[in-house]
Write a protein that binds this ligand. Structure first.
Ligand code: SF4
Length: 87
């Protein structure tokens, strides 16, 4: 039987145990590094609609979407970006 392809979903659905670890990591980021929660949610909303999301991992950069979206100064690696650096 062939393997099922990875779901187009965030870690919270694809791997809840790993999602908890990533969430703890995100919550450990200092405020100067971490985006506000509303920005984080908007970025992840874009990731959830994105065809490059594979089982919680961005196929374009290899990052866990829930980790990448949490950091100021990072942007979506797609061209054009589906979300940008600011704030
Ligand atoms: S970071 Fe960008 S390319 Fe990667 S999954 Fe999210 S929206 Fe898609």
């Amino acid at each position: 039987m062939p393997d099922r392809p990875p779901c187009r979903c965030l870690l919270a659905e694809a791997n809840p145990d790993l999602a908890l670890t990533v969430r703890e990591y995100v919550e450990s980021l200092p405020p100067g590094i971490r985006v506000p929660e509303d920005v984080y949610r908007r970025r992840l909303d874009r990731c959830e609609q994105c065809p490059s999301l594979r089982g919680g991992t961005c196929a374009l950069c290899g990052c866990y979407a829930e980790a990448r979206a949490a950091k100021r100064g990072l942007r979506c690696p797609d061209v054009p970006p589906r979300w940008r650096e600011a704030p």
